[in-house]
Structures are given as C-alpha cells and as structure tokens.
Write a protein that binds this ligand. Structure first.
Ligand code: B12
Ligand code: SF4
Length: 479
C-alpha cells in the first residue's frame, strides 16, 4: 500500500447470476449501480477502476486487484461473501459496505478486511486516505448525513447500453417516515432524510443525455421546499421522469401539478395495505385516514401514472386479503401493481419484533427477496401466503382484470391506454428480455419516452382518436 496508482475492482453482486437460466433480465437490467459509481468518484485520476454489475454481465474473476469494493444488500449477501473470500485468498484488500453490512456488521466482518456502516460519503474518502497511508482500520461507521460537496458520480464507469434506465439518479437519501418494515431507519439512523443542494441535482440532470430520467429516491416529494425548487429548475428542460412518493405527497396541494409540469409521468406509491390496523401495526401512520382513491384520481388528472405497491402477510391479513387487494386495485384502475410478501429485514423494527415473538423461520438471506415467507404469519400459513402472493400477480395481470381496470376510467382514450400499459408489462416480457439478452437494453428508451410523453398529454386528448403506441410500462415495473 503506497501512493502508487491503485488497481480497483468494484462489484455489485447478484443473487441470480446473469448467466443463470433463472435470471429475469427485465427486472435486473433496469438500473445501474449508482452507489458504487458514487464511491468511485473519490479515487484519483491515476487509479484504475473496473466496475462490474453482475445483474447485467458475467463477472470475470481472474484479475488481481489491490482493492476490492463490494456492495452488499440482503439478497446478494451470500454471493458477496463468496466473492470477498475469493479475492481475499488472492491477497486483495476487500471492503464490504451497504445496507446488509450496516444491519449485520459482525456477519460481514468475517469476510472483509474493512467493513463500512451507513452511507459512504464521509467514511469512504477517510478510508482511502488511511489506506494510502498504510493505516486502514477494519471498521468505519458513518456519522455525517450530508451530500454537500460530494463529487459527481463516475457515470463513465457505467455501461449504459446494458441498462433500460441508464439515466437513473438520486437527489436525496432516505425518507422522512419510519415504517417498521423499511430499511430507511436501520440504515440512516435518526437523521434519515436529506437532500442534495438543488443546483447539484440540476447539474446532474444536465449531464444525462436524452429525455427520460428515473429518480430512484425513496420519496421525491418528501421535502416540499426542495421538490418545489427542483421542479422550478427542471421546467422547460423537456425531461420526462419517473419516481416514488407517498399518498400524502400526492395529495399535497400544488406540488404534483408542479412535478407534472416539470415532466413527472409516473410514481411508485406504497399503499401497502387496505387495513388501517395493519398500517398502525407497521407504523405507516402517514397512510392512515388518507383517501387512496382520491390520490389515484388526482394523479391521473395530472397525467401521472401510479404503480401501486402492496405488502401481504401483516398480522391482520387472512386468506381474503389477496382477492380484496387485487379487486380494489382493479376497481381504481391502477395500470401496474407490485406485490410483496412482508419481509423482516435485519435492523428494522419489524425484525426486532419478530425475533422477540419467536416468529423468524430462518436466516437464509437468499430467500429474503419478498417472494418467500421467512416468518410465521399470524392468520395464514406460510404456504397460503406464498400461494396468495403469486395468485395476486396472476389475477391482477389477467386480461380479464386488465380490461376491467380499463373500464374504471371514464374516457375512451384512457381505457385504451390502460390496456396498452398494463398488458405491456407482463404479456410482452419475453420480447423485452430478448432485446436485453442481445445487450440492447437502451434501444428501448425511445419507445419508453414516447409512451411517457403521450401519458402526460392525455389530459388534452379527451375522447378523441387514440394514437398507436407501444404497450410498455416497464420502468413502472416492480423493483
Ligand atoms: C435500484 C435498486 C435495485 C436494483 C439493483 C440495485 C442497484 N442497481 O443498485 C434491482 C432492480 C436489481 C433491485 C432488486 C432488488 N432489490 Co433493490 N433497490 C434499488 C433501490 C431502489 C435504489 C438503489 C440505489 O441506487 N440507491 C442510491 C445509491 C446512491 O445508494 P446506495 O446504493 O445505498 O449506496 C450508498 C450506500 O449504501 C453506501 N454503500 C453501498 N455499498 C457500499 C460499499 C462500501 C465499501 C461503502 C464504503 C459504502 C457502500 O454508500 C453509497 C453511497 O452513499 C433501493 C432503494 C434505495 N432508495 O436505495 C432498493 C433496495 C436496495 N432494494 C431492496 C430489495 C429488497 C431488493 C429485492 C430483494 C426486492 C425484490 N422484491 O425483488 C431485489 C433483489 C433481487 C435479487 N434477486 O437479488 C431493498 C434492500 C433491503 C436490504 N436490507 O438489503 C431496498 C433498500 C429497497 C427497500 N426499500 O427495501 N434493487
Ligand atoms: S414511506 Fe416508504 S420509504 Fe418511507 S419509511 Fe415508509 S416504506 Fe420506507
């Protein structure tokens, strides 16, 4: 370890390797590894960095880097540790950080030379300076919660052509709320929501080519003052964008209109459950007494499509929850919906509660993917919960329900558009997969932009003739 140029390997491992026959390209080829690209920005101009994302490429593991940097989240933890052990056996210095390391540092430490807890903007430059001085510590814990002065992320290291949404960005971290099942408080601690300076966000947007943007922020409308200024700055940029927010964020007067004017076309929204007792149990109090239907209609009036997210398996859920939820989502005309089996991530209040109640079934992190039951549900068997989850997806995306959902909309044009969007995601998935396997993911972007742009225009289309459009709602899809 000396001031010489470093050979660095940065890896985002995947649970299912890109070469596996079980790999679902469409889901995993959406977003580039922004976390690693932001850490890469702290290296010097002479350092040689290779960034590999196993979700979209086969890792080559025959190299001999000085430093290996691995991002660990829950479902890639096992694979991360395998890779870490491999590189350590070759003498590389291995750093592990990210959400899972923060939740379970002692587990991660067995596979690392240094572990990193929390966001990297303060501890990563500190480590690099220690490392170059031959004095690396084996544990770094982040205290700062600020993005001020953070260098722009190294987009040159991202293989844009492999992603459907290369123009992903984050302008804030965390979320102002504290839902019990969510990673946010476990990762960020008590100061769990902060934003960039608006000017930095606008500069980042300007670096991105084309029209389409995906803000991967947990709650883009979470700080109304910041969001207002951001949308003011974006007005006239000709962008189309997607992001996530809450029902309260949508219902707030004026903000959504401003967002739509700046180019917002779709929002991922956590409805989670239709049962107020479940909301209280999960501390999702910001959803209590909110009119879900009014929020959906308001979004639609602004030309913003909603991907509703729902969680199954809370203590109030019994066998009826699947049909009730799907029927409701269809009745309000949601174009796309994402379903999850409740999953207690280590470090969350939900996990603590489940451990205290002796309800955790196992710690096979590969199965903590929100598609498997890893705890003992209250009013359902684990089998019934898994079966109901798959049935909900099948039922929601059945042609019968797609047409029924379309009929929930008063205008003819909106109905046709609904069928195109909702049908596009599930029914045409094999065609998109083919393109992705051919490493041409970005070639789908113009289609996406065309659709998003027509969605925003629908307010002025009234009941007139509907234009032909591609049935695509991919980036409104479940992540
Ligand atoms: C994009 C995304 C994905 C992408 C891929 C990941 C990617 N490209 O980064 C895809 C679509 C593949 C994905 C899949 C899944 N995801 Co995901 N995903 C996200 C999302 C929305 C954004 C990630 C991001 O870019 N953040 C912004 C960057 C800047 O932050 P960051 O990545 O956290 O990096 C910072 C720190 O973590 C830290 N850091 C990270 N690594 C390291 C390493 C070192 C050495 C250091 C010093 C620091 C450090 O420093 C970085 C800068 O501050 C997050 C939610 C979120 N807002 O973060 C969920 C999230 C990470 N996903 C999550 C989950 C659960 C999943 C799935 C299991 C869900 C599912 N139902 O399928 C699957 C996994 C599938 C599988 N088979 O493995 C959870 C993780 C929970 C946990 N405890 O691990 C999150 C937090 C969502 C949530 N709200 O629960 N996901
Ligand atoms: S509102 Fe969403 S992002 Fe915020 S804490 Fe709750 S689940 Fe997490």
């Amino acid at each position: 370890m000396n001031p010489r140029a470093l050979k660095v390997k940065m890896i985002l491992p995947a649970l299912t390797e890109a070469k596996s026959p079980f790999f679902r390209p469409i889901k995993y080829s959406l977003f580039p590894p922004l976390g690693l690209a932001s850490l890469a920005a702290y290296f010097g101009p002479d350092d040689h960095i290779e960034l590999q994302d196993e979700h979209v490429e086969v890792l080559h593991l025959d190299d001999e880097p000085d430093l290996v940097v691995i991002q660990v989240y829950i479902t890639n933890a096992k694979r991360s540790y395998e890779l870490a052990d491999l590189y350590r056996s070759r003498g590389a210095f291995v750093c592990l950080g990210g959400l899972h390391v923060t939740s379970l540092p002692d587990e991660a430490a067995q596979h690392a030379d240094a572990i990193f807890l929390g966001p990297g903007e303060d501890i990563w430059p500190q480590f690099l300076s220690d490392f170059r001085a031959n004095e690396p510590k084996n544990r770094y814990e982040s205290n700062a919660r600020s993005l001020v002065g953070a260098p722009p992320l190294r987009r040159d290291l991202i293989k844009r052509h492999l992603y459907l949404v290369p123009n992903s960005l984050v302008v804030s971290r965390g979320c102002p709320h504290e839902c019990d099942f969510c990673y946010v408080k476990a990762f960020y601690g008590n100061r769990h929501f902060y934003t960039q300076a608006v000017d930095d966000s606008l500069r980042e947007i300007e670096r991105l080519p084309g029209k389409h943007l995906y803000f991967l922020d947990d709650h883009l409308l979470g700080n109304p003052r910041f969001a207002n200024q951001l949308f003011d700055g974006m007005k006239g940029m000709g962008r189309l964008f997607q992001s996530a927010s809450t029902i309260a964020g949508i219902l707030r007067p004026d903000l959504l209109e401003k967002a739509a004017e700046a180019g917002l076309r779709s929002l991922f929204v956590g409805f989670e459950t239709l049962d107020p007792a479940n909301l209280r149990e999960q501390n999702k109090i910001q959803n209590l007494n909110r009119d879900y239907r009014a929020a959906i209609e308001r979004a639609r009036d602004c030309g913003v499509m909603i991907n509703g997210s729902f969680v199954f398996g809370m203590d109030g859920d019994d066998e009826s929850v699947f049909t009730r939820t799907v029927d409701w989502a269809v009745s309000v005309g949601l174009e796309t919906a994402t379903f999850h089996i409740m999953t207690p991530y280590p470090g969350t209040a939900l996990h603590t509660r489940m451990v205290e109640q002796g309800r955790i079934l196992h710690s096979d992190w590969n199965l903590y993917d929100t598609r498997h039951v890893v705890f003992r549900p209250e009013k359902l068997s684990a089998e019934a919960l898994e079966a109901g989850y798959w049935r909900a997806y099948r039922d929601f995306y059945s042609w019968k329900n797609i047409f029924k959902g379309a009929m929930a909309k008063p205008k003819l044009g909106d109905r046709a558009r609904h069928v195109a969007y909702a049908g596009g995601w599930k029914k045409f998935e094999p065609a998109w997969d083919m393109l992705i396997r051919a490493k041409r993911a970005t070639q789908m972007l113009p289609f996406l932009e065309q659709i998003l742009s027509s969605f925003g225009e629908h307010r002025s289309l009234h009941d007139g003739p509907v234009r032909e459009e591609s049935p695509l709602s991919l980036t409104n899809a479940p992540i």
